[in-house]
Design a protein around this ligand. Structure first.
Ligand code: FES
Length: 87
């Protein structure tokens, strides 16, 4: 599990292994638009302010992954204990 902090509200939620970040956000009423839910369309892009995402999408190239700054919350998870998202 890892924590996701929502920068605008200060809410912190825990994402268990069997839930996606997108689902965990939905659980607390934070709506992020999504479409494919497989990491291929790009609809669910969220800005990452801190923490290290574990990118599992098929969209970002290596340079973009290294640079950080965004993630696709339908599939990607976290390498760090906490991600801070611009939500
Ligand atoms: Fe398509 Fe996340 S919903 S990449």
């Amino acid at each position: 599990p890892f924590d996701v902090e929502l920068a605008r509200s200060g809410v912190v939620l825990t994402v268990p292994p069997h839930r996606t970040v997108l689902e965990a956000l939905d659980d607390v009423g934070v709506e992020v638009l999504s479409s494919c839910r497989q990491g291929v369309c790009g609809t669910c892009e969220v800005t990452v302010l801190a923490g290290e995402p574990d990118h599992r999408d098929a969209l970002l190239d290596d340079d973009e992954r290294r640079a950080g700054g965004c993630m696709f919350v339908c599939v990607s998870r976290a390498r760090s204990d906490r991600l801070v998202l611009d939500l």
